[in-house]
Design a protein around this ligand. Structure first.
Ligand SMILES: [Zn+2]
Ligand SMILES: [Zn+2]
Ligand SMILES: [Zn+2]
Length: 281
């Protein structure tokens, strides 16, 4: 699998355009990998994780086509991850007549929010809206395994916002596997149970690093919590010997500019994602 990061920032972007802190000023000045859009990942040009608000900007800035996207796995409905207007942007309503049917997988909560935010399409009812938007929706829950085209997908529960059902995804294809694990704090016990039952070895882990050098939290990870979760994955035998670990969902208030963060992470044996980065799983 070929995975490309479309965004690697926390909810406010990095730099946060409204912030004048030293991290934001340095990131703005240095540009390149220091400029982080809100988090999203594209696999093999066809499977998107999170139909986020910066997907459009990422495609334009990095010369990435989303014309072949036919699967979307939605982690949760927070606004930095779900921008329902994009359903309309890829539909005949906006002059797009040859896009493939989009198979959209999300919790019922995220689907409800997406439906409410679809402008006049919201009034049509789900079936009619899906037909006009070239969309097929699949309500899913934590702890399910199902096929998404050629991919095998397993969902687990994140520890993030108790008022919603946030999902993390294991994506497998041809014996290779990737665990996309943002937004989350330390993983819930039910998720550890499910991971142990899944029982294979992850080749790539992409995990929440929102709080970097800041205070830890039950909703997002700081560096210390991040390293604890990775150590626990390793102890449980869930990491391949050559597994690569990437930090993502990086917030300006708790993480230094890219190169500094890369150096810090390297001393602990993990990597830092940046926008446009493509990795082979
Ligand atoms: Zn987020
Ligand atoms: Zn800042
Ligand atoms: Zn969130």
């Amino acid at each position: 699998m070929r995975a490309q990061f479309l965004g690697t920032a926390a909810a406010e972007g990095y730099p946060d355009p409204f912030c004048g802190c030293a991290n934001c000023r340095s990131a703005q000045e240095l540009g390149g990998p220091n400029l982080r859009k809100r988090s999203s990942l594209l696999i093999n040009g066809e499977l998107l994780i999170d139909l986020g608000p910066d997907v459009l900007a990422a495609a334009q800035m990095h010369g990435i086509s989303l014309a072949q996207v036919c699967y979307c796995l939605q982690t949760h409905e927070h606004q930095d991850h779900l921008h329902p207007a994009l359903f309309i942007a890829r539909s005949p309503y906006c002059g797009v007549h040859d896009a493939p049917l989009l198979h959209f997988y999300s919790t019922q909560g995220a689907l409800d929010l997406a439906t409410r935010d679809m402008g006049h399409f919201a009034t049509l009812g789900m079936d009619e809206a899906c037909a006009r938007l070239n969309l097929a929706v699949y309500p899913i829950e934590p702890f399910q395994t199902f096929a998404v085209g050629p991919y095998q997908v397993s969902t687990v529960l994140a520890a993030h916002d108790p008022t919603i059902v946030p999902l993390l995804y294991i994506i497998e294809r041809e014996g290779r596997s990737l665990f996309y694990a943002t937004d989350t704090g330390p993983l819930p016990e039910a998720t550890w149970q499910a991971l142990r039952a899944w029982g294979r070895r992850l080749d790539v882990v992409i995990m929440d690093h929102t709080l970097g050098f800041g205070e830890g939290s039950p909703r997002h990870l700081n560096g210390e919590q991040f390293r604890c979760e990775i150590a626990r994955l390793r102890e449980a035998g869930l990491l391949a010997d050559d597994a690569r670990i990437y930090a993502t969902h990086i917030a300006h208030h708790s993480n230094p500019i890219h190169l500094e963060l890369v150096c810090q992470a390297a001393t602990h044996g993990y990597l830092v994602a940046h926008d446009e980065l493509t990795i082979t799983v």
